[in-house]
Design a binder for this molecule. Structure first.
Ligand SMILES: C[S@@+](CC[C@H](N)C(=O)[O-])C[C@H]1O[C@@H](n2cnc3c(N)ncnc32)[C@H](O)[C@@H]1O
Length: 254
């Protein structure tokens, strides 16, 4: 498996889908106006900055990527951003709300994440997590899985392992119970991700499907994305307005 590195600037540009979902998630919170909030996997920081508009309490964004933290700190100097791994949270009874959007399917050790969350949460604190769940993005994943077996590409994927964790509802509820967070509920939610045009769709592939493209030499990546796009659109055609739809499944914990 090749190194996993986020391109923070490209993410900031091609993350309209994630931003829309983050806003929908924020709409589910009844803010008191003084909560201390932790945003796990804050990325470029725009969602953390939105959280900060809802409270006078301290808002902290953490992310594993140094590049994301550098961009977030520069873009939103009034918010606290720290480089930290979600599996190694260092907080104790500090937050009223722990939030995370579109992050935790990148993490495999959820016991460690949930233990850290439990420790970081104040008594009666809330959590709101949403990430890829069982069945997420299945059409595009099938297309990609077939492509990496093609004779043109397969020699680059001999050491490739599936990079995501998409748990089911029961499996996750069990994890919540095992970590003493059973007062929170896991559920699976189907969502349509809409990309305004093919360029936006390709931008999304480029920035968030890099575990696949990074396996390839740099000069082959564009061609791979073009072929993936073409094959995907053969399965799921553009809508009348030229937009690309991707059926996603999210696991939500609240
Ligand atoms: C798709 S972005 C989501 C960013 C932001 N939450 C949003 O809604 O726009 C995923 C982020 O998760 C971060 N991430 C991945 N694994 C992580 C881990 N183990 N600990 C902390 N952050 C992680 C990545 O660095 C990246 O910034």
């Amino acid at each position: 498996m090749k190194e996993q590195k986020w391109d923070a600037k490209a993410y900031a540009r091609y993350s309209k889908g994630q931003e829309k979902w983050a806003k929908e998630l924020l709409d589910k919170v009844l803010f008191q106006g003084d909560e201390a909030i932790l945003d796990i996997g804050c990325g470029d920081g725009k969602v953390t900055a939105l959280l900060a508009t809802q409270t006078n309490g301290i808002v902290t964004g953490i992310d594993k990527s140094a590049e994301m933290i550098a961009l977030a700190s520069k873009s939103y100097p009034d918010v606290i951003f720290l480089q930290m791994d979600a599996t190694k949270l260092t907080y104790e009874k500090q937050f009223d709300l722990i939030f995370s959007n579109a992050v935790l399917h990148w993490v495999h050790d959820h016991k460690a994440v949930l233990k850290g969350i439990k420790k970081a949460l104040k008594t009666n604190g809330k959590i709101l997590l949403q990430f890829g769940g069982y069945g997420n993005a299945s059409v595009i994943l099938n297309v990609a899985e077939k492509m990496i077996k093609d004779s043109e590409y397969r020699r680059f994927f001999y050491d490739f392992t599936f990079p995501y964790y998409f748990p089911g509802k029961e499996e996750y509820q069990k994890l919540l119970e095992q970590t003493g967070l059973d007062r929170f509920q896991a559920s699976l939610i189907k969502k349509d991700m809409v990309h305004e045009n093919i360029t936006a769709f390709k931008g999304w592939i480029k920035t968030t499907w890099f575990p696949y493209t990074n396996q390839l030499p740099k000069d082959m990546r564009e061609k791979f994305i073009d072929a993936l796009t073409q094959r995907y659109l053969e399965n799921v055609p553009l809508d009348k307005r030229g937009r690309v739809h991707v059926e996603m499944v999210r696991l939500e914990v609240r």
